[in-house]
Ligand binder design. Structure first.
Ligand code: PMP
Length: 399
């Protein structure tokens, strides 16, 4: 009955075939490698309880009141300090904009920047939820394949030139340089510098999603693009979802004041401001060193789980499969022989007791039919081993 009243924009909100399939795992004994949830054992609930009680005792009139659209000033100052830990310097609180998770940040950024027909560059694969926001803007997509070291910069340059020669100058590139979701890859420093040079040379913006920047558990974390940005063309998004708890729905943007001002105007229409109470809790969590103490614990947990998953893959997957070896984040990406269609295989895998996300969801053109994303942050080690074993057997039965 309601269909005929809905706006045209809602056409893109239809449930996907894969989402429908994965729903079937609910309440069943299926090991899910499909999710993207942090490990709840890493949530610092006791410290959060103490902080919450203190805030309600000491400043309830502030914590429970409306506050400014761009985020509490004191909190933004703490975020300036936190960002310096990622090597981002030379900014002040006016360059910071607080959002309801980085998801809201991406939603606002793409809505502020992308008109239908604008040319935007994405990685193949890239983060599904960002892709869906972009799809709703109806852009002209350019896809750049991700190799073991992140997006292929040579291919990127070729595709930019090609596009410009057809009169389609790219406006922006959405990129996850560190511990990419879903690919699990991390760009090296040289490629980061080259990417910034290309953005300067061909005059496009870089939207840098640093969701996992604090979670590099092997080797050094390369500086984010924002730390290398001299021309102010990088718009950076960060999140508390992976370093504190996703339920807070807290993220932040680092950008030029010109852009944070646009975000302010936009957010006034969306939700006025990010909840004051959660901002104050996160601010205290930074001030009291909770985040500082959390990060190494989370890293250790995820490194151990990654090792369990990679060892199991090595043991149970056929030799013709290829997979990423993430140095951070929460996902391993797998490339199977071309003849395997992971969308078709999912039903069989679930019958056998394991779920994953078919990789095509992460490609703007739904290619990548032979790929899949595997999550290691949420399942326990036994589930990881068992899930990969079942998956390996399922794959082999298709070869
Ligand atoms: N970007 C990436 C790459 C992510 O993986 C996620 C969470 N899965 C987000 C953004 C959104 O996170 P949040 O809204 O919780 O900050």
């Amino acid at each position: 009955m309601f269909e005929r009243f809905l706006s045209k924009d809602t056409e893109l909100l239809r449930s996907s075939e894969i989402r429908d399939l994965l729903k079937l795992t609910e309440g069943k004994k299926v090991i899910s490698l499909a999710g993207g949830l942090p490990d709840p054992s890493t949530f610092p609930s006791e410290e959060i309880e103490k902080i919450t009680t203190d805030i309600l005792k000491n400043s309830p009139e502030r914590a429970l009141q409306y506050s400014t659209t761009s985020g509490i000033v004191e909190f933004r100052k703490e975020l300036v300090n936190l960002s310096s830990r990622r090597g981002i310097t030379g900014i002040n609180e006016n360059n910071i904009f607080v959002t309801v998770g980085s998801q809201e940040a991406l939603f606002m950024i793409f809505n502020l920047l992308v008109d239908p027909g604008d040319t935007v560059i994405v990685e193949m694969p890239t983060y599904l939820a960002a892709l869906n926001i972009l799809r709703a803007r109806k852009p002209n997509f350019i896809g750049v394949k991700v190799t073991e070291k992140g997006p292929d910069i040579d291919e990127l340059e070729t595709k930019i030139k090609e596009s410009i020669s057809k009169g389609k100058k790219p406006k922006l590139m959405y990129v996850i340089p560190t511990a990419q979701n879903p690919a699990g890859t991390t760009m090296g420093l040289e490629d980061r510098k080259r990417l910034i040079e290309l953005a300067e040379q061909y005059d496009f913006l870089l939207i840098e999603d640093d969701a996992y920047g604090f979670l590099v558990f092997e080797g050094d974390s390369p500086p984010p693009l924002k730390a290398l940005d001299r021309s102010g063309r990088v718009i950076y998004t960060g999140t508390f979802s992976k370093i504190l708890a996703p339920g807070f729905r807290l993220g932040w943007v680092i950008a030029s004041e010109e852009f944070t001002h646009e975000m302010e105007l936009y957010k006034q229409n969306v939700d006025l401001h990010t909840p004051t109470f959660t901002q104050m809790i996160a601010m205290e969590a930074i001030k009291r060193g909770v985040i500082e103490r959390q990060i190494p614990k989370i890293k250790q947990t995820y490194r151990e789980k990654r090792d369990v998953m990679l060892d199991a893959i090595e043991k149970y997957f056929p030799k013709s499969a290829r997979w990423s070896r993430p140095v951070g984040g929460m996902f391993v990406f797998t490339w199977l022989p071309e003849k395997i269609d992971t969308v078709k295989m999912l039903e069989e895998a679930m019958k056998r007791g394991v779920a994953y996300v078919p990789g095509s969801s992460f490609y703007y053109d739904y290619s990548g039919r032979n790929t899949m994303r595997l999550n290691f942050s949420y399942p326990n080690p036994e589930e990881l081993e068992q899930g990969i074993k079942i998956l390996g057997e399922t794959i082999s039965s298709y070869l």
